[in-house]
Design a protein around this ligand. Structure first.
Ligand code: NAP
Length: 333
């Protein structure tokens, strides 16, 4: 089969013919139709991620059709269009994953290939309201933002939330989930155009984080936020603390802008803020995320669909530039 291959850190991705995966007795073999990028894939290519740096088929998200079922798997899966939960081996503790945890696409072969063999426990029927392309864009951003908003930050209807860097695939899905949950959503972006587009999706307002005093304006205009959701971290993280109401929750799952800096301790403890880290989610949260997505007919926002796996490097470069508004998808042919 054809697969997109990482040969070394910082080396361009190549297309290679590799052996077809052989499904184990608890696995299904999926013919992938589409896959989507996550920033993680770009970090791995740049050598900025734990785990192997070469010899990998990357990709955590995909949709496609089951074409073969292992010996222990119900044969009724064959012919179904499915999506894959990329959060594997979470373990027994819902509060945090255990030491066997891994995310599909590193070290196990990922979705930037024509076929994938996956344990059936990670396979779910495609939600009916989604196209195959939208389904491929959902899993990783869906599980991450669902857990961040609802398990960790306990977002409630009527609360005010600030979501940073709204161009991100994760941030946009968080916007849609938060609106569906009845929250009032504000966003930040480096782009006025992205802020306007977020408002068209239901955001109440937005702030340009490139402006030095954006967080002062945000606090004045809104009275502060009950919840802040971030994936940038970096030196601007301290500004997010300024925007939170006393007793507020700041939840984050990424470090796009590097190490956190600029935190004044008493601004956190004196105001009883909670700073919450989160990553991916449990099997149960993945099921809840699918049910919530279906109940509210939420469709991930797609920025671009590339016509084949051969365009994978172009798609990675495009993600690295950060100009996207939503998910970047590859056609798996
Ligand atoms: N721990 C986990 O489970 C988990 C899961 C998913 C993602 N992540 C992490 O979360 C981050 C986002 O992932 P993604 O796949 O959604 O990425 P993505 O789609 O590539 O996100 C790109 C966006 O990041 C925003 N951004 C860049 N620098 C920023 C800054 N200084 N402040 C605020 N926003 C900034 C930009 O938004 P604007 O264009 O609007 O300015 C840009 O469009 C990555 O660091 C990723 O590794 C972690």
């Amino acid at each position: 089969m054809k697969a997109t291959f990482l040969t070394d850190s910082n080396a361009p991705l190549i297309i290679k013919e590799v052996e077809m995966p052989i499904p184990g007795e608890d696995h299904v073999l999926v013919k992938l139709a589409y896959s989507s990028l996550n920033h993680r894939d770009v970090w791995i290519q740049k050598g900025q991620y734990a785990g192997p740096k070469a010899g990998l088929i990357l990709g955590s998200d995909g949709s496609g059709k089951v074409i073969q079922a292992g010996r222990n798997v119900d044969s009724r899966w064959v012919g179904k269009t499915v999506i894959i939960n990329p959060s594997h081996n979470w373990g027994d503790n819902p509060a945090a994953f255990g030491d066997q945890f891994k995310i599909l696409g590193n070290p196990d072969p990922g979705t930037f290939a024509e076929y994938i063999a996956v344990d059936v426990q990670y396979i779910h029927e495609k939600p009916e309201h989604l196209t195959d392309i939208e389904a491929a864009a959902l899993p990783l951003a869906g599980i991450t933002t669902y857990r961040a908003l609802f398990t960790r930050a306990r977002l409630k209807s009527g609360e005010k939330i600030l979501i940073t860097g709204i161009g991100a695939g994760t941030a946009l899905l968080a916007l849609q989930y938060a609106i569906a949950a009845g929250a009032q959503v504000y966003v930040t972006s480096s782009s006025e155009d992205k802020i306007e587009r977020a408002k068209r999706l239901g955001a109440t307002g937005g702030f340009n984080y490139k402006e030095q005093d954006w967080f002062i304006k945000a606090k004045q205009a809104t009275g502060g936020f009950d919840v802040v959701l971030d994936s940038a971290s970096g030196s601007g993280f301290g500004n997010l603390i300024e925007t939170a109401k006393a007793g507020g929750r700041i939840v984050f799952f990424g470090g796009t802008d590097g190490p956190i800096g600029n935190i004044v301790p008493n601004k956190v403890y004196w105001r009883n803020l909670s700073i919450l880290g989160t990553t991916m989610g449990t099997l149960e949260e993945f099921r809840e995320m699918l049910a919530f997505t279906s109940a509210h007919e939420i469709k991930p926002i797609i920025d671009k669909v590339y016509p084949s796996l051969a365009e994978a490097q172009m798609a990675f470069d495009y993600m690295h530039e950060g100009k996207q508004f939503g998910k970047i998808v590859l056609t798996n042919q």
